[in-house]
Write a protein that binds this ligand. Structure first.
Ligand code: FAD
Length: 402
């Protein structure tokens, strides 16, 4: 009986094994995860779960029983230490398992601050795993001082939770503006204003020189010479794809584990999906760090592990929740040269990114209708004129019918 092994019990790994069974694969499936809990969703870690509004079990993508019911061997607390692509085996320490097909869904690692600048002090946290957030949660308390390093989505979401919990929050962003790497100035301005209205002290264009404290963090010195007191620090300075296992096995990398359009790596019968994988997209190579990508790519890989030849056609979308603002993003805003602001009813707002005359992406703030229309246009490769962006809410859907 064929044995398919999936390394990484996260969003992509869980989606992949479910898709294998739902598509009729009858062979042996083993899903191996390093964390002690069944695969879970990460987005609530920096939102409802950190706020204390969501029980741990509700994070689980499926109850542990689900894997039993589908005859999937789920091995938790287990790290895959090596792959031998010639022998078609993987090692779990001393134990060796043979595979017929292998999928790498190893996700990514949060960047940490070096110990030399205080990154190893107590009460300095990253937000990647349930364990990270469980360790941080007791420090999220009214009146205490939180310092957030990094003004990307994770940092901003952590800042929103900390502010809602009554903490005194300072967020430091080294770039000229928050969200600089991922969004237009308009979106940065919106979120800066939102956070300031909740009392968050946002400092842009200034870096961290070092964290201060003996054993426990007590503050930080910034590159402009100023010092900030802090009871806890959240580091949200990006992630790096978890490629070390693939690299040691001689599998080709290129901003992550390099795959073709069908999720195949450079090694025979070894596939990759999710945060760790880079793939061809509209003439270039990209890597996406999002739940929709992890699910969709993993499902395509499942089909191809079963002998299919299906290309993964990514339809990038993403969301972020901060206070009462739901941000929804569709498309890739790379190469945009113009942003048109759309004001919908009741303060709804969206920013439509254009490359020449082509709509390439949208950031929608509590504007589900604007988001939905723009997303469908982008996915269909269609566009609208800049004037049409201002179509009233009630007539917006008509843009899809042309
Ligand atoms: P992961 O879910 O990270 O799973 C990888 C798993 O592989 C991990 O459990 C890891 O321990 C395991 N692993 C790695 N190496 C080994 C090994 N050698 N042996 C065994 N196991 C191994 N996305 C959105 O779309 N919207 C959001 O709002 C959003 N919010 C987020 C908030 C937070 C706090 C975080 C951390 C992420 C957020 N994301 C969001 C991103 C999204 O969660 C990820 O893109 C998604 O989880 C990627 O899935 P994955 O399976 O590739 O990786």
């Amino acid at each position: 009986m064929a044995h398919f092994i999936v390394v990484g019990g996260g969003q992509a790994g869980a989606s992949l094994v479910a898709k294998l069974r739902n598509s009729g694969f009858e062979g042996e499936i083993t899903l191996i995860g390093e964390e002690p809990v069944p695969p879970y969703e990460r987005p609530p870690l920096s939102k409802a779960y950190l706020l204390g509004e969501m029980a741990q079990e509700r994070l689980y993508l499926r109850p542990a029983q689900f894997y039993d019911d589908l005859n999937i061997t789920l091995r938790l607390n287990t790290r895959v230490t090596a792959i031998d692509t010639e022998a078609r085996t993987i090692s779990l320490g001393d134990e060796v398992l043979s595979y017929d097909k292998l999928a790498l869904c190893t996700g990514s690692h949060p960047r940490r601050l070096p110990a030399a600048i205080g990154g190893d002090l107590e009460n300095v946290f990253v937000v990647r795993t349930l364990a990270d957030v469980d360790a941080m949660e007791p420090q999220v308390r009214q009146g205490a001082k939180a310092l957030i390093i990094g003004g990307g989505y994770i940092g901003l979401e952590a800042a929103a939770v900390a502010a809602k919990k009554g903490m005194q929050v300072t967020l430091v962003e080294m770039a000229e503006r928050i969200l600089q790497r991922v969004a237009a100035k308009e979106t940065s301005d919106h979120f800066r204003e939102l956070h300031r209205s909740h009392g968050v002290d946002i400092r842009e264009g200034v870096g961290l020189e070092r964290l201060l404290g003996e054993d426990k963090v007590s503050g930080a010195r910034l590159t402009d010479g100023s010092e900030i007191a802090a009871d806890m620090v959240v580091v949200g300075v990006g992630i790096v794809p978890a490629t070390e296992l693939a690299e040691a096995a001689g599998i080709a990398l290129d901003n992550g584990i390099r795959t073709d359009a069908q999720g195949r790596t450079s090694a025979p019968d070894v596939f990759a999906a999710g945060d760790c994988a880079s793939f061809p997209y509209r003439g270039e190579r990209i890597r996406l760090e999002s739940v929709p990508n992890a699910i969709d790519q993993a499902e395509v890989v499942a089909q191809n592990m079963m002998g299919g030849a299906v290309d993964y056609v990514a339809t990038p979308w993403f969301w972020s929740d901060q206070y009462d603002c739901k941000l929804q993003i569709a498309g890739l805003n790379k190469g945009y040269d113009h942003v048109e602001t759309r004001h919908g009813e009741d303060g709804r707002k969206s920013f439509w990114y254009f490359h020449g005359d082509q709509l390439v992406a949208v950031d929608a703030m509590n504007d589900a209708r604007g988001y939905m229309v723009a997303k469908r246009l982008i996915e269909a490769g269609k566009s609208v004129t800049r004037d049409e962006v201002h179509t009233p809410d009630a007539e917006l859907k008509a843009l899809l019918k042309r």
